[in-house]
Ligand binder design. Structure first.
Ligand SMILES: Cc1ncc(CN)c(N)n1
Length: 224
């Protein structure tokens, strides 16, 4: 078993809960209330800020030009396709300007932001990769459950979020990330434990990020 698969299996409960989350089920059948989608997208746009910086660090920390180019291409797609999806949804869901730019962050968003910025600060390739891998692999995992595109929900605000994480280029990118992560598996027990801890925390936060979208903000405040 490769390092990636080992770390995933070590936190299978959180992984499976995120991949099979009710938020995802409601996205698939088109029943996700706009309020929940809006809350999720407002927080996720802030996630995307640190994630873009994380991909930039991956460009800087990668050991070779071929690897840097992969991250650079993904950064480009992220800055166009994915950003367009957010802007279109913000318009459709009448998200106020303040919530697009500087909303108050929920606990999961804040903790994810801190995790990404601490991975960036290490400048260590395996540490950066651990968070990128979880964010992309886990999203590929839930999106792959959508099955035949003919059965996807009709509204673009739902189907486009699936398509962005379930298409041949995306699947190739996730496969590449896994191989890249396995290839830089740390040798020392200390480094392995640190990277494993980062991986597990990212998986836990993916689950709580979906939880937060389905829980009213006041309940989030009480949970703090
Ligand atoms: C919280 C979260 N995790 C992962 C992804 C996919 N890049 C995302 N958009 N948001």
């Amino acid at each position: 078993m490769g390092f990636a698969e080992l770390l995933r299996s070590n936190c299978a409960a959180d992984w499976d809960a995120a991949v099979n989350h009710p938020f995802v089920d409601q996205l698939f059948d088109g029943s996700l209330p706009d309020d929940h989608l809006r809350r999720y997208l407002v927080q996720d746009y802030q996630f995307c800020d640190a994630f873009t910086a994380l991909l930039g660090q991956a460009v800087a920390s990668a050991p070779s030009l071929p690897s840097r180019l992969v991250f650079a291409r993904v950064l480009g797609a992220f800055a166009s396709d994915e950003n367009t999806y957010f802007q279109d949804c913000f318009e459709e869901l009448s998200v106020p300007e303040a919530d697009r730019i500087a909303p108050s962050l929920g606990p999961a968003t804040r903790d994810f932001d801190a995790l990404m910025r601490s991975a960036i600060a290490t400048r260590s390739y395996p540490d950066v990769l651990a968070v990128v891998l979880v964010a992309e692999w886990l999203y590929g995992g839930w999106a792959s459950r959508a099955g035949d595109p003919a059965t996807w929900p009709s509204a673009p605000k739902h189907s486009e979020w699936i398509r962005l994480h379930n298409n041949p280029e995306y699947n190739t990118w996730v496969e590449w990330l896994r191989a890249e992560f396995d290839a830089v598996e740390p040798v020392s027990a200390e480094d392995r434990a640190r990277v494993a801890g980062t991986f597990a925390e990212a998986v836990r936060l993916e689950r709580t990020f979906f939880d937060a979208a389905l829980v009213p903000p006041d309940s989030n405040a009480e949970a703090r």
